[in-house]
Design a protein around this ligand. Sequence first.
Ligand code: BGC
Length: 380
Amino acid sequence: MKFSIRCLALLTLLWLPTVQRSLAETAKPMEKKAFGTTPDGKTADLYILKNKNGMEVSITNYGGIVTSIKVPDRSGKMADVLLGHDTLEGYIADKVYFGATVGRYCNRIGHAEFSIDGTKYTLAKNNGDNTLHGGIKGFNKALWEAKDVSKGGEPALELTYVSKDGEEGFPGNLTATVVYMLTSRNELKIDYSATTDKKTVVNLTNHSYFNLAGQGTGDILKTVLRIEADKITPVDSGLIPTGELKSVQGTPFDFRKPTAIGERINADDEQLKLGKGYDHNFVLIKNRPNGLTLAARAEEPASGRVLEVWTTEPGIQLYTGNFLDGSIHGKGGIAYSQRTAFCLETQHFPDSPNHPNFPSTLLTPRQRYHTTTIYKFSTK
Ligand code: BGC
């Protein structure tokens, strides 16, 4: 009797890992559920991507918005590190681009105009005299076509949006595709591509607001940041680049050595005053143009959560939630106050169409736009 109980226990022990493995293999890496109804009566869905480490990323095809990223801290405790909303209604009303896919042209275009081959294009103005993040109805307010493109157990979601010729003033029918993949190395890999039937300008990014201690837990001033940049593109009072590339040496913008975000944020510096904090494009050090390189690394000392941003883009916008003022109530009804998140938006430089000295954002019908950004999570 004793023998058979021991035997049974042993057999169960041997058998368990096989069951766990086969369960993991059959567990769906991506789940889909209805998220709500858009203002024009269409259904928006929520896609939940999970990897074998328990990391979980949720994305809606409304605006290509990443609604949550759940990652462990150094003791394995999970937290959602993105600011945002619990419901679709929250994102429909959103004006600050929580988690959004931003296009056709992220960041600002000065005086809402630019020219291609001598033809002037006038855009929608939604930020004083300028165009911000694609105009009044940018890609963040569009319902994207979704497709499950998961591969080898790694969940992946492909979203496609066709932006019509003349939309928000931009020329050319532009087909934009964004693929979000959650890898087994705790990376959210985002591949952007686009084609056009007329010369146009394109600059796509993701506007996630990170708080590595967990959304709603306070400010991000203690988060230690490194940015692989030796210059910024300084701005005027409308936050439009002056065209200059300014060295970070000896300024509060030098993040080549890891420094807490809050250490110099209130320094007596003209650029910091203009942005009410950091709201600037950093010129990344690239040994290969368009190469996938480490752009930034953020480390939250209390939780030990680390975020690395890798990109093929030449620039990255550090925005420290300066305009959050407590008036937005997000997930769980939490009021998001100033500097309770930071954004690291990979991009071509703002207002490039009006600065021939900046890397070009022109896309012609013969070309294919393609960029990659990776948000990689770990702990220390
Ligand atoms: C811009 C900020 C702006 C914010 C909007 C950032 O990318 O640089 O100036 O207020 O987006 O949410």
